[in-house]
Design a protein around this ligand. Structure first.
Ligand code: NAD
Ligand code: UD1
Length: 337
């Protein structure tokens, strides 16, 4: 039996595919490569010594999905495929609702047709909205967020809950990621953003390697200890293991888990930690706040610990070391090979 991983050539998907292979699962990947790289699949095969069937195509392509379900005996789907740039989603909301909402909808239709009812969905801490108290706990209500990207995640969560209420055969896990960072310890796979990175960690590492002259820290007048925003950074390998454990824990209905460490770190703290650990300097200056940013949020991860037996074993030093190894070994991401 295979696990179908949509978006498996992307950042979190590639690390999860590797973790699945290393825990004895067979995997087939579907990815349209709009933001992923086939080179990541090649490197997964190199690290694991196993082959990964890869289908290049779109998760909205119902006929293609039917063929995949026909050709492979799929026991469950992990659904990463989608668009994720918050700022871009404000400019092109329809593209985001199409990829994220329509993509998930078509996937569920194809799964039901094929009699596959087990699904792990990539959601985000953003669904708690801008006014939730910290730490975020899963039973807090979902809220409208400040972007079409965030709202697309809330809509899919809602759709999946209604779907499972309509048909008790569905076994769904919603994973709400906090801020994924880091890379596989081999330094062979990692995050390879197209163009200028939107997220903090890849931006810092590209400044450190000299691809970008300096970091702009968005705001230093937030009500936090050093005035910069606080986030809960989580190692991508810990996220990957959260997916493998979720497969084991699938049961009827919808179960929702935060995947975060429970610890908040400020932007300045992260920059300083990066400099200390790598010995590289990261020039920065303070700029205005970025629209839509929240001052501080982090996870209450206790539900995932209790019910999945999951814990985020890797601390911030390991996140930085692994990010830097990947960046140093692949200064131009996957393109260099
Ligand atoms: P990513 O862009 O690296 O990976 C997504 C993959 O999906 C890419 O390889 C892309 O080519 C593929 N894809 C996109 N649209 C597709 C489509 N229509 N059909 C087939 N493939 C398609 O992103 P990631 O960081 O690995 O994120 C994976 C998932 O996790 C996304 O759904 C994202 O919204 C969610 N998420 C990410 C973060 C984060 O910070 N990285 C945080 C919370 C949630
Ligand atoms: C963003 C998204 C969120 C998404 C998450 C992971 C917004 C408002 N939210 O979260 O929906 O789930 O990414 O993909 O975009 N920062 C700088 N300079 C930079 C880049 C970032 O100071 O060049 C700061 C930001 O202001 C923020 C922190 O670093 O305080 C983390 O930023 P980022 O990595 O983009 O993640 P989030 O904003 O938390």
């Amino acid at each position: 039996m295979f696990i179908l991983v949509t978006g498996g050539a992307g950042y979190i998907g590639s690390h999860t595919v590797l973790e699945l292979l290393e825990t004895g699962h067979k995997v087939v990947v579907l990815d349209n490569l709009v933001n992923g790289s086939y080179e990541s699949i090649r490197r997964i095969e190199k690290i694991s010594g196993k082959s990964v069937p890869f289908v290049e195509g779109d998760v909205r392509d119902r006929d293609l999905l039917s063929k995949i379900f026909l050709n492979y005996q799929i026991e469950a789907v992990i659904h990463f495929a989608g668009l994720k740039a918050v700022g871009e989603s404000v400019v092109t909301p329809l593209a985001y609702y199409d990829a994220n909402v329509v993509g998930s909808l078509v996937l569920c239709q194809a799964m039901a047709d094929a009699g596959v009812y087990s699904l792990v969905f990539s959601s985000s801490a953003t669904v708690y909205g801008p006014h939730a108290p910290v730490p975020y706990v899963e039973d807090m209500p979902r809220a409208w967020t400040t972007s079409p990207y965030g709202n697309s995640k809330s809509i899919v969560e809602q759709m999946l809950e209604e779907l499972s209420q309509s048909d008790p055969r569905w076994r769904i896990v919603l994973l709400r990621y906090f801020n994924p960072v880091g890379a596989h310890p081999t330094g062979l796979i990692g995050e390879d953003p197209r163009g200028v990175p939107n997220n903090l960690m890849p931006f810092i590492s590209q400044v450190a390697i000299g691809r970008i002259p300096e970091l702009t820290i968005y705001g230093n007048n937030y009500p936090t200890k050093d005035g910069t925003c606080i986030r809960d950074y989580i190692h991508v390998m810990d996220l990957a293991s959260g997916h493998v454990l979720s497969l084991k824990a699938l049961r009827n209905g919808v179960n929702t888990y935060n995947l975060g460490t429970g610890e908040g770190i400020s932007v300045l703290q992260l920059v300083k930690t990066f400099e200390n650990i790598t010995g590289q300097s990261v020039p920065y200056r303070f700029g205005p706040r970025r629209e839509g940013d929240l001052a501080a949020f982090w996870a209450d991860p206790s539900q995932a610990q209790r019910k999945l037996g999951w814990c985020s074993g890797r601390g911030i030093e390991e996140m930085v070391k692994d990010t830097w190894r990947w960046q140093k070994n692949n200064p131009n991401g996957y393109d260099a090979s």
